[in-house]
Design a protein around this ligand. Structure first.
Ligand code: ASN
Length: 350
């Protein structure tokens, strides 16, 4: 099928959605286009008629998303940037395990999007009895055809969520994604894709694509760790993570409203890492709410060391943002400023 500016592009990257059985368990399957079209043809005629035409491309090696790295995020953004002008919207079919990470990264790389990029997947393969794949992709295709949506969103189990605000929350249930600190952008109601007014980025972004597609390769092999605090964390452990030369930045997941253990040795490691030019940020381990670093004395060490507040960001959005900023040739001060600024609605406005 030829593409027209009114048609959609579907990009298949792998995940359970297209998986098939193998002697070792589920693996990404082939022939996704004919399998998808065959399944969509089982929808009632009126619902089929409501879907825009689409062209489908698959990444060269579809993967289980548990194998994704920042290099995959970069390749996917490049693919979207290459094709997006020829399509009214893009649907990405992706594994659920790291879908929220990819969504956040795409949002930073594709800033200023003036059309929808909707990521979906499934908890059950397309051909499994009772699979959620068909309803997810139908809703994703419908949202991706709505020009009012101008950002990277996740469509899953009847909800449309901001990509840079979402997390996988259920290991088995179909309703697998949540957006703990931002309301849904839309919902699937009575077989219709309904966008909620005023919740999207269309005004903030002013429809001016300013894609940033930096090279993530130097960061793809562990340069930005995510460190979750636990009672008993020792300074030598933090030192092993943070003072390694290969580490360029890190996300710390601290207690509650922004607290860390009262241990001068820990504070010393943080200050040394920041002093070496590493980009360190902190968010809360609590899924809801925000950190306010320095509100308690127990959090003062973070601000004294120069650790940046991640406010109410998800871990996925915070790590992907650190990767994105570190991949660009920016002065440290500009990286720090951009980390604290909402770029794509990933954190609360100041
Ligand atoms: N392991 C799968 C993946 O992330 C899980 C899924 O898609 N439901 O690729």
């Amino acid at each position: 099928m030829t593409s027209t500016a009114s048609s959609l592009l579907v990009i298949y990257t792998g995940g359970t959605f297209g998986m098939v059985d193998s002697p070792d368990g589920l693996i990404p399957g082939h022939d996704i286009e004919s399998r998808l079209r065959r399944t969509l043809a089982t929808l009632p005629p009126a619902r089929q008629a409501g879907l825009a035409d689409f062209r489908l491309i698959a990444t060269p090696t579809p993967i289980d998303s548990s194998a994704a790295t920042p290099a995959d995020w970069q390749r996917l953004a490049g693919l979207i940037a290459e094709h997006y002008a020829d399509h009214a919207g893009i649907v990405v079919i992706h594994g659920t395990d790291t879908l929220a990470w990819t969504a956040a990264s795409l949002a930073y790389q594709l800033q200023g999007l003036d059309r929808p990029v909707v990521i979906t997947g499934a908890m059950q393969p397309l051909e499994a009895p009772g699979s959620d794949a068909l309803t997810n992709v139908e809703a994703a295709l419908r949202f991706a055809a709505d020009p009012r949506l101008q950002e990277v969103a996740i469509c899953f189990a009847g909800r449309l969520l901001r990509g840079a605000r979402s997390r996988k929350w259920q290991a088995r249930e179909a309703d697998a994604f949540v957006s703990p600190n931002h309301p849904p952008l839309g919902e699937w109601v009575d077989d219709d894709a309904v966008l909620y007014p005023g919740r999207g980025l269309e005004r903030a972004q002013r429809g001016a694509p300013r894609f940033e597609l930096p090279d993530y390769a130097p960061l793809a092999a562990g340069a930005v760790p995510r460190i979750v605090l636990w009672p008993g964390l020792a300074a030598w452990q933090l030192e092993a993570w943070l003072l390694d030369d290969r580490v360029k930045g890190a996300l710390l997941e601290v207690w509650g409203g922004g607290n860390v253990p009262d241990d001068p040795r820990l504070a010393g490691v943080l200050a040394q890492a920041v002093g070496e030019g590493k980009l360190l940020a902190a968010i809360s381990q609590c899924p809801h709410g925000a950190v306010a670093i320095g509100h308690y004395a127990a959090g003062q060490a973070l601000s004294d060391a120069g650790v940046l507040s991640g406010d109410d960001m998800t871990p996925e959005a915070a790590v992907a943002k650190l990767v994105h900023l570190l991949a660009q040739p920016l002065p440290d001060e500009e990286r720090r400023r951009r980390f604290l600024t909402p770029l794509v609605g990933e954190r609360a406005a100041p």
